[in-house]
Each structure stands twice: as structure tokens, then as C-alpha cells.
Design a protein around this ligand. Structure first.
Ligand code: ADP
Length: 161
């Protein structure tokens, strides 16, 4: 069984994340979306528990996907879980500059761990969680940028303040 982890902050989970996940599922048997607790992003919109619940709701149509919170070194966690690979997405070249040292550091920690990169649909190369957060904060329409459960949860946040 070829297990991969898809680690990230997912604050919030976007259509770009879903696109990467669906592509990776064609190659791996099972994928765990691993939601980072120790995100250095200061004011998250959603708690880790909320993010996990929203990813679960956004992936109900997919078999072979799990969701779990995680804190610590992802390479050690991958070793413990028996995962073959980490999945990451590349939008532009600057993503690669950020990702390459991280991938090599993770392989330094756990030599069997590969990082596998996927390119999203060209519709999503501009999309990031921070763009969604910015559009949302200024009252813009994010409905085409996030899966419906995430859009609904953002609307509720807007109403409740
Ligand atoms: P992190 O804080 O670990 O970068 P993110 O939730 O921002 O977590 O992103 C997780 C992964 O998903 C990263 O590899 C990121 O490059 C990728 N990703 C985010 N948005 C997109 C997108 N629109 N298309 C492709 N990959 C994406």
C-alpha cells in the first residue's frame, strides 16, 4: 500500500489543494492530508480542528483520503506512519525555491522519504490560502476558489464576525 502525506497549513483548504490531491490519488493508494498545528502563520482563520473537519467535508467524494492534525517534524511523522512520500504543489518557480531545501532537509532526516511535486490546473496557479483570506477579509466572492463546505464556513464566519 503506497501511502503519501499531503502536508500543509490549509487555512483554508482551496480548490488548488483539492486539484493537487485528486492528481496525487491517481498515483498513490492512500493519501493523508496532514494539517500542521505548528503553523507560523499568526492569525489563522480556522482552528486546526475546523480545518480538518472542512477538509473531510470537501473530500467526501474521494476514497482513500484521510485527514489528521500534526505537530512536529513531518519527516519523523512520515517514518512513523510508513509513508513513502510527501506531496506538495508547485504554482510558480518561487514555490520550487521554497520547496527544494525543505524536500532535501526532510530526506536528510528520513532518507527513504521522497517529495513528489504536482502542477495544478492552470486555473489555479494564482491561488493560495492567503489570497482567499485577503479576498474574504475585504468582502470579495471566494465561492469559485474554495470547495463548497469551506465557502459555507467562511460565510458563517462573516455573519458571526
Ligand atoms: P504550507 O504552509 O505548508 O505551504 P499550504 O496550505 O499553503 O501550506 O500549502 C500546502 C501545499 O499546497 C504547498 O505545497 C503549496 O505549494 C501547495 N498549494 C497551495 N495552493 C496551491 C495551488 N493553488 N496549486 C498548487 N499547489 C498549491
Amino acid at each position: 500500500m503506497r501511502l503519501a502525506l499531503f502536508p500543509g497549513s490549509f487555512d483554508p483548504f482551496t480548490c488548488g489543494h483539492l486539484d493537487i490531491l485528486e492528481r496525487a490519488l491517481r498515483i498513490f493508494d492512500e493519501i493523508e492530508v496532514t494539517v500542521a498545528v505548528n503553523s507560523n502563520k499568526k492569525t489563522p482563520i480556522f482552528s486546526v480542528e475546523e480545518r480538518c473537519a472542512l477538509i473531510e467535508a470537501s473530500t467526501v467524494h474521494l476514497d482513500r483520503v484521510g485527514v489528521a492534525p500534526f505537530e512536529g517534524l513531518i519527516a519523523e511523522y512520515a517514518r512513523k506512519r510508513g509513508a513513502l512520500a510527501l506531496i506538495r504543489g508547485l504554482r510558480q518557480t518561487n514555490d520550487f525555491e521554497y520547496e527544494q531545501p525543505m524536500a532535501l532537509a526532510n530526506r536528510h532526516i528520513y532518507s527513504k522519504l521522497e517529495t513528489v511535486f504536482f502542477l495544478p490546473s492552470s486555473d489555479f496557479t494564482f491561488l493560495s490560502s492567503s489570497i482567499v483570506r485577503d479576498i474574504f477579509r475585504w468582502g470579495g466572492d471566494i465561492s469559485e476558489l474554495v470547495p463548497q463546505p469551506v465557502g459555507d464556513a467562511l460565510q458563517i464566519k462573516r455573519i458571526n464576525g
